[in-house]
Design a protein around this ligand. Structure first.
Ligand code: SF4
Ligand code: SF4
Length: 364
């Protein structure tokens, strides 16, 4: 396992960390999986109380029992208008009890945004509870996670309150790259969530092989390498559900040298090319929405791009057929209302015909 320095205080964290949101249902299996991850060198385990149908923290606690010298566990608590220092402390103590731990190295403020930041920092608010817990040795480090815009996350990073930021980041979601770069400049660690696209990148793709033409690797392994090649990323936090996934991820990390900036530049150039190809079909701006007949225009075009540009044909086809029929391309009545709203003047009706032809024909 490779280790990296996490945040301004240089905590050593494994390049592959463990998202505990997809643990097996059976407690003995989830314990064995966590113990295997610790044995493989993973030393960060991210939890939230509602993952795994509310069982995540109890399962994680069982898995790391007796191993907390090798496994850092995080708790996650959000803030809302009614949050007080007292209510935050109670929730923190509740999560510690469920985890079966008397302290956690990391506390992540969950679902944070610029809009709800004042609920954290107000007088008598959550931050006072966090500082108190820190003074009692119950927490070592503070981070945040959320889904706000990259610009707003940069504002949050600049408050100086946090040592780590957790964001979704993978080949098909590079939205947070500006915030990741800002965190790097500020010396703040970044945990990449969903590094293999929540399973989306599990399928083979000849097109994505172009990211690293000299390497023969699965799409998931390429995806992991892409994330870790970003110099702003500290650890790739993968939600692993099976021993096989753990073993593949560990092999990917152990089998390649630490990625260089040049790898990241090369892979980014290929992805930029894919993006511009995809943008020709639709940029996803959503100005055409809502369709009065319920068609999810950008959703259909995104699936078309996943199939044709990124080579994820099986996934895209399955996703198309999982959409409600009223949202599919075939539900278009050809009323023409959307076409006047598209800033790229795309022939939306004709393109929806193409999408329908691709996904509703017998073979892709
Ligand atoms: S042309 Fe089709 S997609 Fe566009 S608004 Fe009309 S029904 Fe919706
Ligand atoms: S307005 Fe045009 S580019 Fe934007 S989402 Fe709709 S079809 Fe795509």
């Amino acid at each position: 396992m490779r280790y990296r320095s996490w945040g301004p205080r240089g905590v050593q964290v494994s390049a592959l960390s463990f998202g505990c949101g997809r643990l097996p249902e059976d407690d003995a299996e989830s314990t064995a999986l966590i113990q295997a991850a610790v044995a493989a060198g993973c030393n960060y385990f991210e939890t939230a109380s509602f993952y795994c149908g509310g069982q995540c923290q109890q399962k994680t606690g069982l898995g790391v029992k007796g191993l907390t010298d090798k496994a850092m566990v995080s708790a996650k608590i959000g803030v809302e208008p009614t949050t007080t220092a007292d209510s935050y402390r109670k929730e923190f103590e509740r999560q510690l009890t469920v985890l079966g731990l008397d302290r956690v190295p990391w506390l992540m403020v969950g679902w944070l945004s610029v809009e709800n930041l004042p609920h954290l920092t107000k007088k008598g608010g959550a931050l006072e509870a966090i500082e108190q817990a820190r003074s009692e040795g119950l927490i070592d480090h503070l981070g945040f996670t959320g889904h706000d815009t990259p610009e707003n996350f940069i504002e949050i990073l600049k408050t100086g309150l946090f040592e780590s930021m957790t964001v979704s980041y993978h080949i098909l979601n590079r939205t947070y790259e500006p915030a990741i770069a800002a965190a790097r400049l500020l010396g703040i660690g970044v945990v990449a969530m969903n590094p293999v696209g929540g399973g989306l990148l599990g399928a083979p793709s000849a097109e994505l092989q172009r990211l690293l033409p000299h390497a023969s690797a699965t799409t998931a392994a390429l995806a992991l390498r892409f994330v870790l090649a970003n110099p702003g990323i500290t650890t790739a936090c993968s939600g692993m559900a099976t021993l096989a996934q753990l073993q593949e991820n560990v092999a990917t990390i152990d089998g390649v040298p630490e990625a260089a900036d040049a790898d990241h530049t090369a892979m980014t150039a290929v992805l930029d090319q894919f993006k511009s190809l995809g943008d020709r079909f639709c940029t996803g701006c959503r100005y055409c929405m809502d369709c009065p007949h319920g068609v999810d225009i950008p959703g259909n075009f995104n699936l078309y791009n996943l199939a044709t540009v990124y080579g994820l044909r099986d996934h895209a086809r399955a996703s198309y057929h999982n959409m409600e029929p009223a949202k599919r391309a075939s539900a278009c009545t050809r009323c023409g209302e959307c076409e006047t709203k598209c800033p790229n003047q795309l022939p939306i009706i004709a393109q929806l015909d193409t999408v329908r032809g691709l996904f509703e024909s017998v073979a892709v």
